[in-house]
Structures are given as C-alpha cells and as structure tokens.
Design a protein around this ligand. Sequence first.
Ligand SMILES: [Ca+2]
Ligand SMILES: [Ca+2]
Length: 322
Amino acid sequence: MRTRVLVVFALVLLSELVFGSAGAQTVPWLESPPGQILVVDNNLQEAFSADDVNDPADVDNFVTRLLTRVDYVPDVVMLQEVVRASAEGVATRMSEQTGYPFSVVVGPDETVYPPGHEDREDQVVRETAILINTATMTATGPQGFIDTSYSAEDGIPGQRARTKQQAYSGLIEQQTGEAYAAMSIHYLPTQNWFDDNQVAWQYKAQWSDELAVFLEATFPEDATRLLVGDFNNRRCRTRDETRECETMPFWPVVTSTHGYTDALYSAGAEAEIGTLKRIDYIFGRTAFAAAASDLAYTEEDKADPATFYSDHRFLWGLTTSP
Ligand SMILES: [Ca+2]
Ligand SMILES: [Ca+2]
C-alpha cells in the first residue's frame, strides 16, 4: 500500500514537472554550455504609454514566443523602451515560465525620466535595462547608466537636445567565473531629432566610440564586452543590407576600431541579412556560435493582439568561449 501511494505521488510529481500546473509542457531547460552565454535583445516598446505598460499582454507574448525559439534558458536579456514595471514584468514571466530566477540588475524607474531630469537643459530619457538569470549569472560592479547626447545646435531648431541613458553592468558566468561587461543601448531615431541625417549618422558613430571606450576603460581587460540594442541605424547606406556595401559610419567604429563582431555575421546566419530592416544588433568582443532573430514574426503577427509583442523582432546570440 505504502509503495503504491509513493508511486502515485511520484507520478503526480513527474506530471507536474513535465506538464506544469497549467498543463503546458515545461521540459526542463538546458543551460548554455560553460564558457558560453545566451544573450537576448529586444526593443519591447513598453515605456512611453501608461496604458501599454499597465497591460501585460505584450510582455506575455514576448516571453512566451521567445521561449519557443531559444535552445537554452537565456543568461542575459537586454531590453530597450522599458520602465521599471515592464522590465520587472519580463523578469517575472521569464521566471515563471522557465523555473529559473530572472532579475533586473540595471533598469529605469517608474517612468522614463530619471531622478534630477528637471534640472537639466537637455531632455534626458532612461529606458534601457539589463536582466539576468541569477541562477547562471551574477551581477557585479560597476553598473549604472551612461549618457549619449548631442549639441542642441545640431538638433531640430528650437528643440532641446534629447539624451538617452544606456544601462551597463559587469556580469559573471557562474559555470566558469568568466567576466562580461554588458551594455544595453538605445540610440535616438534619426529623423525625429536631427535636421540633417548625415549629422545623426556621425553622432551614432561618435556615441559608439564613446561607449566602447567607456567599457574598455571601466572594466578589466579580461571582461568580454557586449554592446547590444537598438542602434536606430541600418548597416548599409543602401536600404537593403548586403555583406559588401558602403557601411554607415557607426559600423566600422564598432567592428574595425573596437574589434567587436556582429552576432549574425559571426554565427554565419547570413540568410537573415537583407531580408528585413535591421537596426537591432548584438555585438561582442567575442565570436558567436549561434545567432538569429525572430524572422518568423510576420506583419500578421504584429497586427494580431494575441501575438503582438513589439514592432522590433527580438534577436539572440550564443557567445563562444572567450
Ligand atoms: Ca554558460
Ligand atoms: Ca507595448
């Protein structure tokens, strides 16, 4: 009798483990291999409208869809256009759906406007965040935000200059103790803030240089540096991206000057290149074993509230051992 009760108990436990309490299958996740981390990025567009932030649907759709596409439980999730509630919402849902504890390690406050913004001449916005899986990664110092800004004279006449704050943090992969220096980036959209696109492209190159120099100066040399996010900048002068093209000014700054590789090119995911507009990137001072974006996310998916998560498709990259 006792054996039978134990067997039934074990079966219930097993069924809970495999199917979860809601009936959905929750096969235990694989962790990324030692020395490699899985980095996810999305401009989630959950920051500038309170109605949007208060409605969890987009965040639910994002997390559910992301977790059907990746081979490992993510180690790091870089977000743009989030506020505290939406970043925490992603962490909570990632935790619920994977069984791993996710946490926001650097992120904005309740609104996109940081403390002290009233006292500044520029209009400063903070909506970038870094989340980690705290069972696989540890956040270390230094961490915080760094500004990317421009002279008001170079912006739209009569408007205050608009500054974005980019989140950064030191991270450690627990499997190996390898150090990373991660930054979640959101550059300004060119047309809204600059009279002259060429000036905007030059600023994006300048900011890329400043941020790369900052990471290099702020973190130990052995920390693998990651510049990830919405650069609001396509790679090629031409509308469509091809490998051989005249590149925009930011590209050689990141790749040639500072030695970063683009996850998609590095992983050989060139089938992605040129298929859709691309302004979101995962760059690392490392090679990538795999990388992809959510190319299957169609205009129909975006038009359907049951599947919409953002106008930006998410992307991910699995680093190789540094
Ligand atoms: Ca790993
Ligand atoms: Ca939204």
